[in-house]
Write a protein that binds this ligand. Structure first.
Ligand code: CUA
Length: 335
């Protein structure tokens, strides 16, 4: 390999410093605290590592003469200098560790501090392998549910209640905060205070079975106005289908197995086993980030879910091509 590609390879790790899923590009207050601690740890531990390597190099350089020729007994002055050097080294270690302990304590306190103002209440439940997301903010008639997506208003703290329906999962939006586990029979709470608008990606960070890697979450941080617009749309019941094709699609959804597991507000479909599909057509991806949202992807997913996501609990319903076409046309109206 020539020199240039070798240098380019060194750039690959730096690629992780920017992006929609990295803790090195904080977009929220909590991630900012964690990033400061990470940077401090990097400098202190990196500095100590370099010191150790420098001493090792010096020791090797000193002992380059063949053994035996310079085997003079250590003098009293040398002995004294060695003692001072060792005591100094121990002091540097104690100081470095003390700074790290104090910094971790302060960051922990910051992460646990109560938010200013009323937090936005959201409940997230982990399933094998998707996220149920319930906005439980304000009066009950303004509560609504979605799946595998999280919209957060910039500048307001969201208090997320984390529960699991089956096994241990871990909720992680690296640009916003650290990981928090979802443990069956227990409720954990995580606070997120997004500072910068943009699209982010969250993921499950605890191995939870076959499709653990396909358990992603689309996160959108937006201005409070844009968030209210999105929330109003999510609360609204979608208009009933107007064309014969989409009406046929709704009939298929209600009569076939779909409605046993999925809910669509304003219809007879009230299943609670799978994701709420009331506004499926407005989502960015399907099957918890397995495929980007499109009519074609949706048709492929319905036709053979296990081909896209082996092990998924979603069964193959066995619809004809025409039925799938009508069903997908209807689902795509659910904006
Ligand atoms: Cu859920 Cu890994």
């Amino acid at each position: 390999m020539s020199r240039r590609p070798a240098h380019l390879l060194l750039l690959i790790p730096l690629g992780a410093c920017r992006g929609v899923q990295t803790s090195l590009d904080p977009a929220g207050a909590e991630a900012g605290h964690i990033f400061s601690l990470w940077t401090l740890m990097l400098w202190i531990c990196g500095g100590m590592y370099l010191l150790v390597i420098a001493f090792l190099g010096w020791a090797i350089w000193r002992s380059r003469k063949p053994l035996g020729l310079s085997a003079k007994p250590i003098t009293r002055t040398e002995d004294r200098r060695l003692e001072v050097a060792l005591a100094g080294w121990a002091g540097v270690i104690v100081l470095g560790l003390s700074v790290l302990v104090a910094a971790s304590f302060l960051v922990d306190r910051n992460l646990a501090s109560a938010p200013a103002g009323a937090p936005l209440k959201i409940k997230v439940t982990g399933y094998q392998w998707w996220w149920r997301v319930e906005y439980q903010d304000g009066p009950v008639d303004r509560w609504f549910e979605t799946a595998n997506e999280l919209h957060l208003p910039q500048g307001r703290t969201a208090e997320i209640e984390l529960q699991s329906n089956d096994v241990i999962h871990s909720f992680w939006v690296p640009n916003l905060s650290g990981k928090t586990d979802l443990i069956p029979g227990r409720t954990n709470t995580l606070r997120l205070t997004p500072r910068r608008a943009g699209e982010l990606r969250g993921t499950c960070a605890e191995f939870c079975g076959f499709q653990h890697a396909h358990m992603a979450l689309d996160v959108t941080v937006e201005s409070p106005q844009a968030f209210e617009t999105w929330r109003a749309r999510q609360i609204a019941t979608p208009a009933p289908p107007s064309s014969p094709l989409t009406q046929q699609g709704l009939a298929i959804f209600q009569d076939q197995a779909c409605s046993m597991c999925h809910r669509i507000a304003g219809t007879e479909a009230r299943g609670r086993t799978g994701p709420d599909l009331t506004h499926l057509g407005s989502r960015k991806s399907i099957a918890a980030g397995s495929l980007p949202y499109s009519v074609g992807a949706l048709a492929g997913w319905i036709a053979n879910p296990k081909a896209v996501k082996p092990g998924t609990k979603m069964p193959t319903v066995g619809l004809s091509a025409a039925e799938t076409n009508a069903l997908v046309a209807y689902l795509d109206t659910l904006k």
